[in-house]
Design a protein. Structure first.
Length: 249
């Protein structure tokens, strides 16, 4: 329970602390220069610019925190909020996590949880008809000769890996399911299907990279399990996928 709680709050905590450090450093330098020597025209310009950037950063972060509980409107503000999350705040958390010796995987997991909260809030009370379930190729048994990359329905339901169960779930819930072998194919599948929302299964790194790559899309992240090591016969909780699909329907 404690670990779950930490997995939830680590990312927002690191971003908030980064911003506090940034604000403290900014005012420390600005006020120090002011009292010591006074400020030249150029310094005033630089400090005013820095102050405006700080205001934008704080405003964007407050919006992001709000987005985990309510839908952000108008749409442009939502896009700004998302862009800041994937392209700015993620790096803040990564930076502070690095200098405070936090595990990279923990920060990524917390970031994915934060993203999921945001996606669920944005999707609340909205019924989505075009849901795409995007799966990694490593879920398939390594000795399976069937090619599921093109079409998951090619799976022959032998039950030796999770693909058969996921195929049945996709059929039952009437959602599209596709298996991608990498980022390029995943991008192509997204472009071809133009989904309202994506439920993506992958490892920490692939999910974070994929999300940052396709940040305009609503992507709910489901982490896979790797009992045999990375990228080899991975597993995933079908219940978690089902939970996500039902939330978006
Ligand atoms: S369940 Fe489907 S994909 Fe998995 S090993 Fe059997 S036939 Fe291959």
């Amino acid at each position: 329970m404690k670990e779950y709680y930490i997995a939830i709050i680590k990312f927002p905590l690191l971003v908030t602390l980064s911003l506090v450090l940034l604000v403290t450093a900014f005012f420390g330098v600005a006020l120090g220069s002011w009292f010591k020597l006074g400020l030249s025209g150029m310094e005033i310009f630089l400090f005013v610019s820095g102050f405006i950037i700080l205001i934008v950063l704080i405003f964007g972060w407050v919006l992001n925190l709000m987005s985990t509980h309510r839908k952000i409107r108008p749409r442009r503000l939502e896009i700004f909020c998302r862009w800041m999350l994937y392209n700015v705040y993620y790096y803040f958390a990564k930076w502070l996590g690095k200098i405070s010796f936090q595990k990279k995987l923990d920060i990524q997991e917390s970031f994915l949880n934060f993203n999921n909260e945001m996606v669920l809030s944005a999707a609340a009370k909205v019924s989505h008809t075009n849901i795409l379930l995007l799966l990694p190729h490593c879920l398939q048994r390594s000795d399976c000769t069937v090619r599921v990359t093109g079409d998951i329905n090619n799976c022959e339901d032998c039950g030796r890996c999770g693909i058969a169960e996921i195929k049945a779930l996709a059929k039952r819930e009437e959602v599209k399911a596709a298996v991608a072998t990498g980022g390029s194919l995943a991008r192509k599948i997204i472009l071809d299907n133009k989904p309202d929302v994506i439920v993506a299964v992958a490892c920490h790194r692939d999910l974070v990279d994929g999300m940052r790559d396709s940040w305009r899309h609503s992507i709910y992240a489901v982490l896979n399990e790797r009992p045999k090591g990375p990228c080899f016969e991975t597993e995933v909780s079908i219940k978690t996928i089902e939970f996500a699909i039902k939330k978006f329907k």
